[in-house]
Design a protein around this ligand. Sequence first.
Ligand SMILES: C[S@@+](CC[C@H](N)C(=O)[O-])C[C@H]1O[C@@H](n2cnc3c(N)ncnc32)[C@H](O)[C@@H]1O
Length: 210
Amino acid sequence: MLANKINQQLSHPSKSLAGWLASRFFLWHNKVLEENAVKLLQIQPDDTVLEVGFGPGLGLRAAAPLLTSPKGKLIGVDYSEYMVSKASKAVKKHIASGKISLIRGNVLEMPLPNNSIDKIYHCNCYYFWPDLKAGTSELHRVMKPGALMVTTLKHSSIKTIASKSFLRGDNWQPELYMEALCATGFTDIRIQELKDGRTSFQAVFATASK
Ligand SMILES: C[S@@+](CC[C@H](N)C(=O)[O-])C[C@H]1O[C@@H](n2cnc3c(N)ncnc32)[C@H](O)[C@@H]1O
């Protein structure tokens, strides 16, 4: 019962005390993952970049200032109405200038055209996709040929969270995520062990081959 409630708020935070607490937890716990995903992408000023599952918007705030050309755009897709509203407040000046667009949508049915994205990043999101291959296949569809995707995670934390039944099924396992990438047209798939200060984390890199 409690595990179900926690899973619900981690996977799809809603406007409630529990959703607010989940969003505070993301801001405190996931800063390193969001900021490093953005660094590892090596964003260029005129890239079109997508973050999936942006939560309260920390990663959006880190990426937007790097897109200094008028052509540079940042798109966020998240299916939680509550997270879209929280993140919209966090990046309102970038939305007003047209640099960022936030879309309420599901990664399994990406509301974006084919071959439109140069770079994608996501943190703590794929664990909740009911069908990993459907998710990676949709991301592959919207990526330009040769586009890069970076996924950051803290394996030890996720393992602990999964052991308490706060995550459903096994989709959180990076091996399964990487298998889905391989099956849906990605190449150069690798996982790298990294450190930021005293925090260890992992990054999965994948290139959309077309
Ligand atoms: C655990 S939170 C992580 C938020 C942020 N990336 C971080 O690391 O702090 C997961 C986020 O992914 C979103 N999400 C989960 N499954 C999704 C899906 N299928 N499509 C779009 N968004 C999804 C949730 O709404 C939530 O905002």
